[in-house]
Design a protein around this ligand. Structure first.
Ligand SMILES: [Zn+2]
Length: 91
């Protein structure tokens, strides 16, 4: 199974297009939308919001940042304090 080189979706057999560059590298496109976006409009798939490539990259980037940053730790500590203070009041 080939995957679209623009949006990273599966390219089913008998559909899509293969674009061959001068140096022999092949680009698979699932449809005309992805081909136009990369060839004519010269956009990058990982920067477009509607592609699944951005979803993968954004989740990979955001997850470690939240854990490591000092701000996130402060927020987590404050949230725990709030929960701790709220819990006995309810009971
Ligand atoms: Zn595509």
């Amino acid at each position: 199974m080939a995957y679209c080189s623009f949006c990273n979706n599966e390219v089913l057999k008998g559909t899509g297009e293969i674009y061959v560059l001068k140096d022999g590298t092949t680009l698979n496109f699932c449809g005309s939308k992805c081909k136009r976006n990369s060839q004519k409009l010269k956009r990058e798939g990982r920067l477009m919001k509607w592609t699944s490539k951005t979803l993968v990259l954004s989740t990979e980037r955001k997850a470690p940042e939240k854990k490591e940053s000092a701000l996130a730790k402060d927020i987590e500590a404050k949230l725990k304090e709030k929960e701790a203070s709220k819990a006995p009041a309810k009971k």
